[in-house]
Design a protein around this ligand. Structure first.
Ligand code: RFL
Length: 404
């Protein structure tokens, strides 16, 4: 293919090109647009797809404060619910932590991520914000210069190039921003060695608490989403496809691990979605490479046990928006220069807590596929006992559970 056949025929421009219309990209674009910064969001999927992608649900108080600060929390206050209790179930019994009354006395808001994305998108578009759906970013170029650009595949399949002053990579773990990182970027990868089957059940929650069940057969979890929809998780053999078991077998296994015979039945219903979630974490360091900035899952990924991902995405988006507005409107680079270090402090705190919770909830094999040793099983029981009995430990848990 000749050089001219390879060259994009279209060339467009914006001061900030934002890749991805998830929580990170949409909060960032909304704040930039409100400050009068010329920006565009390039999104690979359709509007319908991003508005229906069910993922997170538990939002921490800091996320709600950020959304409130910018007038973006109407839907959340109208339809979300507060949540402040979790329940651990083990062979030794069960106990509850009213984490909303511990630590700093703060609670989660439960509001499905697809509803938040719909709210953000609707508001941004209503105010004249620009989003290009069906537009896939292929690569970020010249990030080490003040004139970066992004090559894309446009909705009609033609290649295009977007010229920018800054590029915000909010396109998740497998996006173009990560693929375009220079060789010097460090990617910390850690595999917790555990896999979950993530289930979205079309049925009301069975408990008024987050349920964490520790069982010899593996972990099972319960998290409310709405009055009609509940998330369940089942620790799952790695490599086994999500559709390997029929619904009935999954419900029976959830009953068993959550000890429904002792603590009350689970409300059964159809599974609306099943997905495999390998509990891995992944942090890019630094989050800035010249004119390219990473935010959200593109910056770091954490196992969903502690529900941190969407919350970090919103926090990072606000910090990045402040930095870009200062830089573009006032020529003040200080906030942009601080961005990576500031976010990484939050990211590593979230990773540490997520790792702690993941090790508490699962038997981690001693060797490759071997069972958990009696020594490690005893350590886990002792850790859980400390959480059950020590107020100081409970305060620490609450502070980290609802914090980012
Ligand atoms: P998103 O939401 O993945 O959005 C990225 C967007 O980028 C688009 N894209 C591209 N667009 C253009 N060109 C390309 N080359 C592109 N490549 C990708 C995608 O189509 C998409 O629209 O990333 P963002 O904005 O960083 O937000 C991160 C959150 O989505 C994620 O961290 C959370 O969902 C994680 N998470 C949870 N986080 C919480 O804070 N609380 C929770 O309760 C919670 N529960 C969860 C979760 C994640 C889960 N999964 C899927 C593992 C539960 C689950 C099951």
């Amino acid at each position: 293919m000749t050089e001219s056949q390879n060259s994009p025929s279209l060339c467009e421009a914006a001061d900030v090109v934002v890749l991805g219309a998830g929580p990170a990209g949409l909060v960032l674009a909304t704040l930039l647009h409100a400050a009068g910064i010329d920006c565009v969001v390039l999104e690979r999927a359709s509007r319908a797809h991003v508005q229906t992608r069910a993922r997170a649900g538990f939002l921490v108080p800091n996320t709600v404060r950020i959304l409130d600060r910018h007038g973006l929390a109407d839907g959340l206050h109208r339809h979300g619910r507060r949540h402040g209790t979790c329940e651990f179930r083990t062979a030794d019994g069960r106990f509850r932590l009213d984490y909303g009354t511990l630590g700093h006395g703060e609670q989660h808001h439960v509001y499905p991520q697809q509803n938040l994305v719909t709210d953000l998108l609707t508001r941004y578009l209503d105010r004249g914000g620009r989003v290009r759906f069906h537009t896939e970013a292929l690569a970020v170029h010249d990030a080490d210069t003040p004139r970066p650009s992004v090559t894309t595949r446009e909705p009609d399949g033609r290649p295009a190039r977007w010229a920018a002053r800054y590029v915000a990579g909010c396109d998740g773990r497998h996006g173009a921003a990560r693929r375009s990182l220079p060789p010097g970027a460090v990617r910390h990868l850690h595999d917790h060695g555990v896999t979950w089957l993530g289930l979205l059940a079309g049925t009301p929650p069975s408990l008024d608490a987050v349920g964490y069940a520790l069982h010899d057969r593996g972990f099972a979890g319960h998290m409310a989403r709405t009055a009609e929809i509940t998330r369940y998780y089942l620790q799952w053999p790695r490599g086994v496809p999500a559709d390997a078991w029929p619904e009935l077998r999954i419900w029976d296994e959830l009953d068993l691990r959550m000890r429904a015979a002792e603590y009350g039945p689970l409300r059964r219903g159809p599974f609306l979605e099943r997905g495999i979630v390998d509990l891995t974490c992944d942090v890019v360091e630094p989050l800035r490479h010249g004119s390219l900035f990473l935010a959200g899952d593109a910056a770091s990924l954490s196992a969903p046990a502690a529900a941190k991902g969407a919350n970090l995405a919103v926090l990072e988006a606000e910090l990045l928006a402040q930095g870009l507005v200062d830089a573009l409107a006032r020529g003040d680079m200080r906030a942009l220069d601080r961005y990576s270090d500031q976010c990484l402090a939050h990211i590593w705190r979230a990773q540490e807590f997520t790792g702690w919770l993941t090790r508490l909830l699962h038997a981690v094999p001693d060797r490759d596929e071997g069972p958990e040793s009696p020594f490690h099983a005893a350590l886990r029981r002792s850790r859980l006992d400390s959480l059950r009995t020590s107020r100081v430990h409970q305060d620490w848990f609450a502070e980290n559970y609802v914090g980012v």
